[in-house]
Design a protein. Structure first.
Length: 305
């Protein structure tokens, strides 16, 4: 088992100081580290006799295109399959999560922006049901980009999202926030509310570069705004065990973060772009596919942590 480290920021720094001659990294030339890793046993989730209060998790990475929105949608759908009530929060002005669930953001009259900025709008006015039982969504569109500017002059600006969502936290078991690909005020709002952060990390070298900055931001929010915030885990995405580059990046992440790296690895597959076009999670679009099975395993890991 890879080592565990005491400081997340020190671990992030190690990503660029790991010696390629170390056994963990050099072994990837002949062995797929994701397949060879000794994995923790998966526990089948128990049914619930009641719902809430919600466990709030932000999926965050300031680099775009790392599978963040895909992971938010499919982790949420997998948790809903296990009988959990889940709210997905599209907190990215690009509205990718909304599109991925079959909603056209530009056609919406009320979105996350209205909830944040208009006092007479309640969350019940904005939340939408999805095609998945137990899975709801707070949609977003380009209007949300204006909120980042308008919130600058507000009192307790970092807690705007918390104020908006607090009335419904007891109604859900999980709230998953799809953050925008930046470390701006919207992301800080998500981190101020969240209990945990999942970092989807594409297994490609340039994705490693922003991890140290993101970890530093998480620690600053923990110190100044949200003492309960923790790194829930790092999720390897877009993994291709056939390439040396993917294997080497995964080995470096595993050596630096140890047990903070989820056992579940999300491999590259054409199924994920198909689900975006279909407007469904992979758990319903291709229920028996490797991608669907992977997100169900991720949900089991999240429930066990």
């Amino acid at each position: 088992m890879a080592k565990s480290t005491n400081s997340d920021s020190e671990s992030a720094t190690e990503l660029f100081s790991v010696d390629k001659s170390s056994p963990a990294v050099s072994a990837v030339k002949s062995v797929d580290p994701a397949a060879a890793r000794v994995k923790r046993p998966l526990i089948e989730p128990k049914p619930l006799d009641r719902h809430g209060p919600a466990r709030v998790i932000a999926l965050c990475n300031q680099k775009g295109g790392v599978g963040k929105t895909t992971s938010t949608i499919n982790l949420g759908a997998a948790l809903a399959e296990f009988g959990r009530r889940v709210l997905l929060v599209d907190f990215d002005p690009q509205g990718a999560l909304s599109v991925g669930l079959g909603v056209q953001p530009h056609q919406l009259e009320r979105t996350a922006y209205n909830l944040l900025m208009e006092r007479d709008v309640s969350i019940d006015d904005v939340v939408l049901k999805t095609s998945v039982s137990g899975l709801d969504m707070l949609p977003s569109n380009i209007d949300l980009s204006a909120a980042e500017v308008q919130l600058v002059g507000e009192v307790a600006r970092e807690q705007a999202l918390a104020r908006a969502l607090n009335p419904v936290l007891d109604d859900y078991d999980f709230v998953l926030i799809d953050c925008q690909p930046s470390l701006g005020l919207l992301t800080v709002n998500a981190l101020t509310l969240a209990e945990g952060v999942i970092i989807p990390l594409e297994c490609e070298f340039f994705s490693l570069r922003g991890v140290a900055l993101l970890i530093d931001t998480i620690e600053k929010v923990r110190e100044r705004l949200n003492p309960k915030l923790k790194l829930e885990g790092i999720l390897a995405t877009m993994y291709d065990g056939r390439t040396l580059h993917s294997r080497e990046v995964y080995a470096r992440v595993l050596e630096a973060f140890g047990d903070k790296v989820f056992d579940t690895v999300i491999a590259r597959t054409v199924r994920f772009p198909e689900t975006t076009v279909a407007g469904e999670p992979i758990t319903t679009w291709a229920s028996s596919s490797a991608g669907a099975l992977a997100y169900r395993n991720l949900a089991r890991e999240v429930l066990a942590r």
